[in-house]
Design a protein around this ligand. Structure first.
Ligand code: LLP
Length: 424
């Protein structure tokens, strides 16, 4: 459920008409609903209420510091994968002790920064990383809580670009090698084993792969405890999917997911951490855009929007579907027509949807891309010299610009012409 509903014929974000945001901020713009973000966070929190737990929001999904502050104040921990994300979480007031540092390629500089600032745990992904972290922590006189991300070789049954739990993926260490790696860690200075980490992929719409992976983690917990390690925490990753098309069957809800966790690892006496991103932010955001032209093509009409692939890359990159709806509610029973919905960027990949049935639209009409809150703004670029688009957070009747639209001058003035090219 989200808080983007038609009211008096206009699509609203909570109590704010999107027409008002378009007028004030211009389009394209990302708009988030605070109530939806909090609702989704609370669903996970409640789903794990049967035991000690921390919901660590995956910052990569939508990393604006206002969103992080909202979730952090509600009690969320954070899962970060770079110094930049760590700095964002800290800037939003999240204490280091609530932040988990994940990622397959952490640099020494990133490790030093995070260790100096405080961190809940570091999820290790390779033996090389383990040795580097040991040296850095030892030099800093610290003992860092660590887990090892294990790769359980489970098919997440999701898009190949976002599946991470098969043995051919770059992530984690093979689960069969885990005992050996934990033994090496125990012998290294600066590291203190606290648990196990696993994350098998994103946009999972079936609970079965989670069940398989968590059952393997339970077995490993017993084995590692028998080897003398203290396994007090299980970080079970993120990945629960969302319904991108209203017409599709809804994927499992957090409560069912929480039950799977309880079934598989609930009796181990471990604190449970999870790292959901998409389910918290995805349906809590829309991309609001305007129609620039309706262009009649050969056998099809193009709806040319002012949003493009650089603003929302998911359709071009993963063939992802986003529902696109008019902001002015169509009259019931009105005939639809099929449009190819595209942006102004100069490549054919800049296509959001092909042959999409929409009510007839004209230049100037506003549309909203649903389910654009996760992996939307964070994956945007300035391709075609299009400045990054703004972000707005709505709460009830309030709305605030949480990232302004940069001016063209701001965009261009970041760059410099070397003196040997002349300065005219
Ligand atoms: N934890 C780890 C270690 C991750 O790699 C990810 C996502 C998450 C948690 C959060 O997963 P979620 O709950 O959001 O599924 N750009 C792609 C998605 C990439 C996901 C990367 N890792 C997309 O737009 O579909």
């Amino acid at each position: 459920m989200d808080h983007f509903l038609y009211r008096d014929g206009i699509l609203h974000a909570e109590d704010v008409p999107l027409t008002e945001i378009a007028r004030r901020v211009g389009t394209p713009v990302y708009v988030y609903s605070a109530a939806t973000l909090l609702r989704h966070y609370n669903l996970f929190d409640e789903a794990l209420a049967w035991g000690p737990h921390l919901v660590c929001y995956a910052v990569k999904a939508a990393s604006n510091i206002a969103i992080l502050k909202l979730l952090g104040d509600a009690g969320a921990g954070m899962d970060v994968v770079s110094e930049g994300e760590y700095r964002r979480a800290r800037a939003a007031g999240v204490p280091g002790e609530q932040i988990v540092f994940s990622g397959v390629g952490k640099t020494e500089a990133e490790m030093r920064h995070v260790l100096a600032g405080g961190v809940r745990q570091i999820n290790l992904e390779s033996e090389a990383e383990m040795r580097l972290l040991s040296r850095v922590a030892d030099e800093m006189g610290l003992e860092v809580p660590v887990t090892v991300r294990v790769n359980p070789d489970v098919d997440a049954k999701t898009h190949e670009k976002i599946a991470t739990g098969k043995s051919e993926n770059k992530f984690g260490i093979p689960i069969a090698k885990a005992r050996q790696v934990y033994a090496e860690i125990a012998a290294l200075p600066g590291l203190r084993v606290v648990g196990i980490d696993v994350h098998i992929g994103s946009q999972l719409t079936d609970l079965d792969p989670f069940r398989q992976a968590y059952a393997k983690v339970a077995d490993l917990t017993h084995a590692l405890r028998a080897d003398g390690h203290s396994i007090e925490r299980l970080d079970l990753g993120g990945g629960l999917g969302i319904p991108y098309a209203r017409s599709n069957l809804a994927p499992p809800v957090p409560l069912e997911y929480g039950q799977v966790i309880r079934d598989e690892v609930g009796d181990l006496g471990c604190e449970i951490e999870i790292e959901p991103g998409r389910l918290i932010a995805g349906n809590a955001g829309i991309l609001l855009a305007s129609t620039i032209f309706v262009k009649e093509g050969e056998g099809r009409d193009f709806l040319i929007l002012d949003a493009a692939m650089n603003d929302l890359i998911r359709p071009a990159m993963y063939g992802a579907h986003h529902d696109i709806v008019p902001v002015v509610e169509p009259a019931p029973g009105i005939d639809t027509r099929a449009y190819d919905i595209v942006g102004p960027v100069c490549e054919s990949g800049d296509t959001f949807a092909k042959g999409r049935d929409m009510v007839p639209l004209s230049a100037g009409d506003l549309v909203a891309f649903r389910s654009a809150g996760a992996y939307g703004a964070v994956m945007a670029s300035e391709y075609n010299a299009r400045p990054l688009i703004p972000e707005v957070l709505v709460q009830g009747e309030d709305h605030a610009i949480i990232r302004p639209r940069p001016s063209y001058d701001e965009m261009i003035s970041r760059e410099a012409i070397p003196h040997w090219l002349g300065d005219d």
